[in-house]
Design a binder for this molecule. Structure first.
Ligand code: 5AD
Ligand code: SF4
Length: 465
């Protein structure tokens, strides 16, 4: 975004602010975010813009002047959820004249926008992933000109800097470092809705992290659809020496930041320099997300993942050798088209071998426009669910085994706040992302303390000072 574009959007923010002041009553917005951490980060920007306009956040759609859905389209269930919510908001619109806006990945799918236009024409604003920065202008048109706004761009988005941001947390923050994906895994819709890879400038990222450190943020999560290919495309043109590895090393030196995480990397981009940077940077958490998707070489080929089962296992072994005490988390899809019982066994085999700390398990979901959607041998729902349950059972037994290893150890725990399930206790996370519940006090929030792990309870550990 050029500085002129930012200036223009700031003018719209100001115009809406004046409108709200003139009305002399509170203006509320309700936002529902679906999907991944990147979408959460986009929503923080949406909230940042709205709050500069003078809107206040509410969880109550009945009093909201603006209802906004930030959508995801990675799996099908989000669609049903959105259409359900749209039905409900029709009533609110009728009663209160609420403005309804929908943005995010799903809005980049033409058949979805068509359906909304046909069946939910009362939706005031639709914006896509490349036009989030124009929300002030779109909102101005909808509120003051009563226009129906359809603001979706099909072309490559630019990298937008300077959008105000309202962070969800006071101590942990996400920083998007690159947008889009070039990989075209055959099951995945992301490359179609988020466009090609483009990286933010290193100086912009470092400035954002330094500012966060100055504000007291301690943990940073670097985000991207493919974080470890940061700058790869740009470097083809400019031959710069800036890479994901060099970025990690620079962020590691920023005073005040104590933990660095990153999601989501691709196994094919874990080059030696990245592995060495993880090893050398003491602030980089030694839990690495290594999305497997499938353990079968045959299926991996059909998925266009660009590695075999053996190469994946070899990479994990190499990382274990280089990085003391490293552990892994992963993503797995069950029921990809053509997945046989033997293919699924290969997936279970990798899970048995690597003892992941965390496994995000997904049932394959057909996505319109992707290569896999057109493949023969789609797996029956029943088989998919049955395999999912078998994988879940294995994963849960391993989590328990992994947890037992923690009992008796001293762990560095980042204190996050009061436990939601037990308000008498505090909650925090280990470097490996395990939840730890303990007796503490609110002054500890945002600090890293040593806790002795005294027992394990599947989804959390108990700690003592
Ligand atoms: N069906 C099921 N899971 C999917 N993912 C991406 N696309 C699909 C799909 N069509 C999963 C992958 C990815 C994670 C973010 O979502 O495991 O890593
Ligand atoms: Fe989708 Fe594959 Fe890109 Fe991840 S790497 S966003 S799974 S296409």
């Amino acid at each position: 975004m050029t500085s002129g574009d930012i200036k223009l959007q700031k003018e719209y923010i100001q115009k809406i602010k004046e409108y709200i002041i003139e009305k002399n009553r509170p203006f509320y917005y309700y936002i529902l975010t679906m999907g991944c951490q990147l979408n959460e980060n986009d929503s923080e920007k949406i909230c940042g813009m709205l709050e500069q306009m003078g809107y206040q956040k509410t969880d109550n759609t009945n009093i909201a002047n603006l209802i906004l859905f930030n959508t995801c389209c990675v799996r099908e269930n989000a669609e049903e959820k959105l259409f359900g919510k749209l039905g409900e908001s029709k009533e609110q619109k009728k009663k209160n004249g609420t403005i309804i806006a929908i943005g995010g990945c799903m809005m980049q799918e033409p058949h979805i926008v068509e359906k909304i236009n046909k069946s939910y024409p009362y939706v005031d604003i639709i914006f896509g992933t490349h036009t989030l920065n124009k929300l002030p202008e779109d909102l101005y048109e909808a509120i003051l000109k009563k226009a129906t706004v359809r603001d979706i761009l099909d072309i490559e988005g630019e990298v937008h800097e300077g959008i105000p941001i309202k962070r969800n947390d006071l101590k942990k923050a996400s920083v998007t470092i690159m947008y889009g994906c070039n990989n075209f895994c055959s099951y995945c819709i992301v490359p179609y809705v988020r466009g090609r890879e483009r990286s933010r400038k290193e100086e912009d990222i470092l400035r954002e992290v330094r500012e966060l450190a100055e504000k007291g943020y301690k943990e940073i999560t670097l985000l991207g659809q493919n974080v470890n290919s940061y700058m790869k495309e740009e470097n083809k043109k400019t031959h710069s020496t800036i890479t994901f590895a060099s970025l990690l090393r620079k962020i590691n030196k920023i005073d005040g930041i104590e933990r660095i995480r990153f999601v989501s990397p691709h196994p094919k981009d874990f080059t030696d320099d990245v592995i060495e940077a993880i090893r050398d940077c003491e602030k980089v958490c030694k839990i690495i997300h290594l999305p497997l998707q499938s353990g079968s070489t045959e299926i991996l080929k059909k998925m266009n993942r660009k590695y075999t089962k053996e190469q994946y296992l070899h990479l994990a072994e190499k990382m274990k050798k280089e990085i003391p005490d490293v552990v892994f988390s992963t993503d797995i899809i069950v029921g990809f088209p053509g997945e046989t019982e033997e293919d699924f066994e290969d997936t279970l085999d990798v899970v048995r071998k690597l003892h992941f700390e965390q496994v995000f398990m997904f049932i394959y979901s057909r996505r319109k426009g992707t290569i896999a959607d057109k493949m023969e041998n789609q797996i029956p729902e029943e088989t998919k669910h049955e395999r999912f349950e078998r994988l879940k059972k294995l994963v849960e037994s391993q989590i328990q085994e992994n947890n037992e290893k923690y009992v008796g150890t001293i762990q560095k725990v980042f204190v996050e706040g009061i436990s939601k399930n037990n308000p008498e206790k505090m909650t925090g996370r280990t470097e490996t992302n395990k939840v730890v519940i303990f007796d503490g006090n609110e002054k500890q929030i945002g600090t890293i303390i040593n806790l002795k792990i005294v027992s394990e309870h599947m989804w959390y550990l108990k700690g003592e000072t």
